[in-house]
Write a protein that binds this ligand. Structure first.
Ligand code: DLL
Length: 431
C-alpha cells in the first residue's frame, strides 16, 4: 500500500520535525547560491535564525521573474555536478530553466514512483506515457518514475493519436499518463477506429498538467473504464510529483517531506487557514542543485489537514481553482499573453489590437488569434495576405509551441475596452 512506508506513515509531529530539519539544511545550502546569499543578507537573516517551521515566514519569497532574470544565480553546485535541465513555457528568452543534479533526478523519480504506487500501480503494469518528452517535465518525469516502480514503460510521447490507440492494443497497456483534454479528444479517434477503450485492459490514468473539473474526470473514467487520478506539479518544483491523489480521490496529498507548503492570501501574503483558497507557495526540502525558497506558484487552491483514511499525514490540496496571473494552458502548454504580443508587434503589418479566443471543438482546444492588419497592407492582394497569415502562424507556433488559427481583420474592428485591455476570451467551459 505504501511505496515508502517509513515516510508515508509518519505522524504529523514527526513529519514536522523532519521538515524543520530539512528546512534548516535547505536554507544553509541555498545561502551558498549568489541569489539567496544576496537575499538573505538583505533580509538580515542567517541560516541559523531558522529555529521553527514558522520561521519560514521570515524568509523572502521567490518569483518566476526572479528565475527568469537570475537563472544560473540559483545554483549551489558547479556545472560538472549538473546532469539535466528542463524549461517551462516560452522559448529561450522567456523560459524558466531548472537544473538537476543526479541526486535531484533520483529524488524526483522516487516521488513519482511513490505517487504512482499510491494509486495501485505495481510492477507488471504496462505504462503508456503520452506526455511530451523534451524540455517539458511531464514526459521524462513520469518515465523515470514508471521505470523506478518497475512498470514496463512505453515512451509514447504526445500526439500521434492513431498510433497511441495501436500501442494500447498491441502491448495491452494498463496505465496511462495523459493530458485530460487530450484524453477526451482521443475518444473521437477511438470511435473513428471502431475501438471501444473499455474493451482494453486499461485500469488507471494519471491526468494533470492543466486545470480540469470533476465532471471531466468522471467522463474520462466512464469512457475508458478506469480510475483517473489528479496529478499536480510544476517545473520549478521538479515537475510532476508534487501533489497527487490517493485512492480516496478527495484532494491531492502534497509530498510534504520534500516540499514545504504554505497557502497565503495573494494580496496580503498572510497565511490562510484550511479550506480557504489562496496562492500555493512551496519551499524545496530535498533539492540539491537548485533549491527554491518560498516559490510563489500563482496557483490558487485550498488545503485540508484532517486525517485521510489512506493513513498519510501529508496534507491535501484541492483542485487548482485558477491563477493569480494571466497564464493560460492549452493542450498542457503554458502560455503568457505577453509572448503572443511580442510576436505580433514584431511584424510591421500588424495594427495595434489583437484578440485571442480559446474554444473547444470535439474536446480539442483551439486557439484563434484575431489580428488587426494596417490599412495599407490590407489593400494588398490575396496572395500577400495569405503569405502574411502563414508567417504569423509560423512565428506564433515557434514561440508558443502550439499552432494557432490566425484570422486577419481590418484595422479598428476588434472591441476596445476602456480599462485593462481584454486580450484573451476563454470560451472552453461553454462547450
Ligand atoms: O505541468 C508539470 C506536470 C506535468 C504536472 C505532468 C502534472 C503532470 P509546468 O509546465 O511548469 O509543469 O506547468 C505548471 O501547470 O503551475 C499549474 O498552473 C498547472 N498544473 C499542473 N498540474 C495541474 C493540475 C507541469 N493537476 C503549471 N491541475 C502549474 C491544474 C495544473 N493545473
Amino acid at each position: 500500500m505504501y511505496w515508502d512506508p517509513e515516510v508515508e506513515t509518519l505522524t504529523p509531529e514527526k513529519l514536522r520535525d523532519l521538515q524543520l530539519q530539512r528546512l534548516q539544511a535547505t536554507v544553509a545550502r541555498a545561502s551558498q547560491s549568489p541569489f539567496y546569499r544576496e537575499r538573505l543578507r538583505e533580509a538580515g537573516l542567517q541560516p541559523q535564525d531558522i529555529r521553527s517551521l514558522e520561521d519560514v515566514r521570515r524568509l523572502p519569497y521567490t518569483t518566476k521573474d526572479d528565475l527568469r532574470a537570475r537563472g544560473p544565480d540559483f545554483l549551489t553546485v558547479p556545472t560538472e555536478r549538473l546532469v539535466r535541465l528542463h524549461a517551462s513555457s516560452g522559448t529561450t528568452g522567456q523560459a524558466t530553466v531548472i537544473y538537476y543534479t543526479r541526486a535531484d533526478i533520483e529524488a524526483w523519480a522516487e516521488l513519482v514512483a511513490r505517487s504512482m504506487y499510491m494509486t495501485g500501480v505495481r510492477p507488471g503494469d504496462v505504462f503508456q506515457n503520452m506526455m511530451g518528452y523534451g524540455l517539458f517535465t511531464g514526459g521524462l518525469g513520469f518515465h523515470y518514475g514508471g521505470e523506478r516502480l518497475g512498470c514496463l514503460t512505453i515512451p509514447a510521447g504526445a500526439g500521434n493519436s492513431r498510433r497511441q490507440v495501436q500501442l494500447m492494443q498491441q502491448f495491452r497497456t494498463t496505465v496511462l499518463h495523459i493530458i485530460p483534454s487530450y484524453a477526451l479528444y482521443l475518444l473521437n479517434v477511438f470511435a473513428e477506429m471502431g475501438v471501444d477503450p473499455r474493451d482494453l485492459p486499461l485500469r488507471i490514468a494519471f491526468i494533470g498538467a492543466e486545470p480540469h473539473t470533476e465532471d471531466m474526470r468522471r467522463r474520462i473514467e466512464a469512457a475508458y473504464g478506469l480510475k483517473a487520478y489528479n496529478s499536480y506539479g510544476l517545473s520549478e518544483m521538479n515537475g510532476p510529483g508534487v501533489a497527487f491523489e490517493c485512492p480516496e480521490q478527495n484532494g491531492m496529498h502534497v509530498w510534504e517531506d520534500a516540499f514545504l507548503l504554505e497557502v497565503v492570501d495573494p494580496n496580503t501574503l498572510e497565511p490562510l487557514p484550511p479550506g480557504v483558497v489562496g496562492e500555493l507557495v512551496f519551499t524545496n526540502l530535498t533539492r540539491e542543485g537548485m533549491p527554491l525558497i518560498r516559490y510563489r506558484t500563482r496557483d490558487l487552491a485550498s488545503y485540508e489537514d484532517t486525517p485521510c483514511p489512506c493513513g498519510r499525514a501529508m496534507r491535501r490540496i484541492s483542485r487548482i481553482q485558477g491563477r493569480t496571473d494571466d497564464m493560460i494552458i492549452i493542450k498542457g502548454v503554458n502560455i503568457f499573453p505577453m509572448q503572443i504580443e511580442k510576436v505580433l508587434m514584431a511584424l510591421p503589418e500588424v495594427h495595434t489590437n489583437y484578440l485571442v479566443e480559446l474554444s473547444r471543438r470535439d474536446y480539442n482546444d483551439i486557439m484563434t488569434v484575431k489580428v488587426e492588419v494596417k490599412e495599407s497592407f490590407f489593400k494588398e492582394d490575396l496572395k500577400y495576405l495569405t503569405g502574411l497569415k502563414k508567417r504569423l502562424t509560423e512565428a506564433l507556433k515557434s514561440e508558443l509551441l502550439v499552432t494557432p488559427v490566425v484570422e486577419l481583420v481590418e484595422p479598428n474592428t476588434l472591441p476596445v475596452s476602456e480599462g485593462k485591455a481584454l486580450r484573451i476570451v476563454d470560451r472552453r467551459q461553454e462547450t
